[in-house]
Design a protein around this ligand. Sequence first.
Ligand code: CAA
Ligand code: NAD
Length: 295
Amino acid sequence: MPEISRVGVLGCGLMGSGIAQAAATAGFSTLVRDVEDGLLARGEDAIQRSLGKLVEKGKLDPVSSRRALERLTFTTELGALAECDLIIEAITEDLGLKNELWRALDDLCPADTIFASNTSSLSIGAMAAATLRPDRFVGLHFFNPVPLMPLVEVVRAVTTSPQVFERAMGFARRLGKEPIAAHDRSGFVVNRLLVPFLLDAVRALEQGVASAADIDRGMHLGCGHPMGPLLLLDFVGLDTVNRIAEIMFDEYREARYAPPPLLRRLVAAGFHGRKSGRGFYDYASDPPAPIDPGL
Ligand code: CAA
Ligand code: NAD
């Protein structure tokens, strides 16, 4: 198995752009693929702004920031990823879409390329089984915002080889992250605990327990959370959390994972959170104003 020097990232949204930034900053030649140039441009802009903030705060020197940008390439061509030693997928949380990509890449990439998914809730084993390299398939689950959050869950499917698992742990450390090992259970460690909490906050709002602002203030001031759960839902993306909840509910059949009707209604209306400008809050104003969910 070759050393990892070239990293491919699939998807240049919230997570893909952050993962690409982390890989490029750590010295890896990084190729990012999304389906449209406009989406790549938006992701590149987010990376530039994030690097700029880190430089401004003295957390990164300007030379390292410039070198990181030089190590990044953006493409819509899937075939370009055939040169990568490790490919990390961060596209929409949908098993059909992900497996379609994995099958295509399995044909394009050399046999020793390692495949990794950043999925929040899907089975790593179900993706590994769609390829002819189930032993070289692993989960690398990053946290949002990737440049600031130190954790990576490294997920071992039943088929993942011990060498590939160790290679993935080593890669996370080379990014300056702290890896923890998790088995292939929907939601792994963090989302298994976090998702029911976020959904309960929506149910509390739905049941009229308190306003959105007071639910968030409660958890911020009462429990020391950096942001309240409804603000965090907006930050992660309501569409993404809704998909994660559906997948986890399907897996465990426990009511605590069921997406509440209010969450479904907001997603159907295009309120996807901060990335779409509106979710539980409206981001047209600073600070964002709670929306009236029509209760
Ligand atoms: N890149 C670089 N710097 C950034 C940044 C980014 N993307 N985003 C924020 N910053 C910097 C800011 O410039 C600021 O710097 P200083 O402290 O030096 O001034 C600092 O981070 C704090 O930012 P803000 O003042 O804007 O806001 P904040 O104090 O609320 O911090 C936060 C932002 C780090 C996101 C913090 O609110 C936080 O930790 N929130 C919780 C995030 C969380 O729980 N993430 C996990 C989500 S779940 C998940 O990811 C898994 C899944 O599968 C869904
Ligand atoms: P996002 O909606 O911000 O970005 C997804 C990107 O994938 C979009 O730019 C989309 O155009 C692109 N995409 C779709 N199909 C593609 C394809 N065939 N090839 C290349 N790109 C394609 O979503 P996100 O929040 O970045 O989530 C991505 C993945 O990361 C999901 O699996 C999600 O569960 C997981 N995740 C999300 C978070 C979070 O906080 N948002 C945290 C950890 C893990």
